[in-house]
Design a protein around this ligand. Structure first.
Ligand SMILES: Nc1nc2c(ncn2[C@@H]2O[C@H](COP(=O)(O)OP(=O)(O)OP(=O)(O)O)[C@@H](O)[C@H]2O)c(=O)[nH]1
Ligand SMILES: [Mg+2]
Length: 397
């Protein structure tokens, strides 16, 4: 599963990415600093079941810090997109290609209003960030429509396409964008399209693409730069816009994570505060910088927002849950004796069989039954997993 970080130039996408992945990337106050996408690993944060069970775990595929499980996920930092990108403006539509594999998007908006719609620095608060919200959806949808409509008139008329065949053709064309056949079917239903595909208008297909985009590339807004005073009132208005929104200070998160790396403070991503380590010798500048973050971001907002964006992308946009597969259901261990070794992200509604197939095709295919390690009860392969389940799969050897 991959999450794309998108938005206009200079909004703070690379700062967000760098803070979330602790990867050093180019960050600068001018548009198009990033020209090739950056990829990196960040972590989802969830309360670990070890805390609830009062046991010490030995994570293998993830990390556990004081009862909080951090599960690796992939992030893509994209180059900036400007209005008209689908028609070649800015760095053009080749960069929309970077989003093909993304399952969800975090749209970084400069909530301070200090950059215009193309990311050029402007007088404080002069630009209305609410204007930056809708354009990205439009560009993504225009780009999808272009792919969908290539020779569409010819294809739909000449071959006397049926609506079933149209679904196949559309799904084939859009598969490279990570859009699935069932999503095409759902979108056609939502748009109320039936009958002859040759009679569907461009507007009809535009509506289909709108539904498809929402299903295949769901998006949340990271209202960034909340440490700047001009953001306060804008954040209230962005929230009124109705989209899922998280107030963020990517710069504050980056500073905190760097201070952790230097051993200066104790802070876990997503925490509401930090503490200065007893051994740390802070310079007056460092002290002032950290206090500023506490006063302007952590105290009023409760967190920097970066972790919440990543969590929301997986838990809210993609509707995923975390489960803990083990080999020994009595000891909650893998074959080497590691307690609660793995935390796996899986779609809500997934069955035990799907989990077994995810762990290993062979395990899924040879599965006999499962065991709920919390109570020793047997589970069938169609058992629907719940968040926090600890399960083992028994297979024919
Ligand atoms: N005050 C403040 N400034 C920020 C924040 N996040 C990023 N910036 C600044 O915004 C400018 C742009 O940051 P980048 O991360 O390079 O922005 P980008 O969206 O990746 O830009 P492009 O790669 O050009 O599209 C830099 O000067 C950052 O220091 C923030 O949370 N608060
Ligand atoms: Mg960048």
């Amino acid at each position: 599963m991959q999450v794309g970080i998108v938005g206009k130039p200079n909004a703070g996408k690379s700062t967000f990415f760098s803070a979330a992945t602790l990867t050093v990337v180019a960050i600068a106050n001018y548009p198009f600093t990033t020209i090739k996408p950056n990829r990196g690993i960040s972590y989802l944060r969830t309360p670990c079941v070890c805390r609830e069970l009062g046991i010490q775990d030995q994570p293998r595929n993830s990390r556990c810090v004081d009862g909080e499980r951090f599960i690796p996920v992939e992030l893509i930092d994209c180059p900036g997109l400007v209005p008209g990108a689908s028609a070649g403006r800015g760095l053009g539509n080749q960069f929309l290609d970077d989003l093909r594999k993304a399952d969800a998007l975090i749209h970084v908006v400069d909530a301070s209003g200090t950059t215009d719609s193309e990311g050029k620095p402007s007088a404080t608060g002069a630009h209305d960030p609410v204007e930056d919200i809708g354009f990205l959806e439009k560009e993504l949808e225009a780009w999808t429509l272009q792919i969908l409509l290539k020779d569409w008139d010819k294809v739909s008329r000449k071959t006397g396409l049926t609506s079933e065949e149209a679904v196949e053709t559309m799904a084939e064309r859009l598969s490279g964008l990570g859009m699935k056949k069932f999503q095409v079917e759902d979108a056609l239903k939502l748009a109320g399209l039936r009958g002859k595909p040759s009679e569907w208008s461009r507007e009809d297909l535009g509506r289909v693409v709108g539904f498809l985009r929402r299903a295949a590339k769901p998006m949340l807004i990271a209202a960034n730069k909340i440490d700047l005073p001009s953001s306060k009132e804008n954040v209230v208005r962005i929230r009124q816009n109705g989209s899922l929104m998280v107030p963020v200070s990517a710069e504050a998160e980056l500073a905190l994570r760097r201070a952790v790396e230097k051993g200066l403070i104790s802070y876990r991503p997503g925490d509401p505060d930090f503490s200065v380590n007893a051994s740390a010798k802070l310079s007056p500048e460092q002290k002032a910088g950290l206090e500023m973050i506490r006063k302007q971001v952590l105290a009023p907002e409760g967190a920097t927002g970066v972790q919440e964006c990543i969590n929301s992308a997986f838990f809210k946009l993609l509707d995923m849950i975390v489960v803990y597969p083990v080999e020994d259901p009595e000891r909650w261990t893998d074959h080497s004796g590691n307690v609660l070794p793995d935390a796996i992200l899986i779609r809500k509604g997934a069955t035990l069989k799907e989990l077994a197939l995810r762990i290993h095709t062979d395990l899924g295919e040879r599965m006999l039954y499962g065991v709920n390690a919390r109570n020793g009860m047997r589970l069938g392969e169609s058992y629907v997993l719940s968040s926090g389940d600890i399960v083992s799969v028994v297979s024919a050897s």
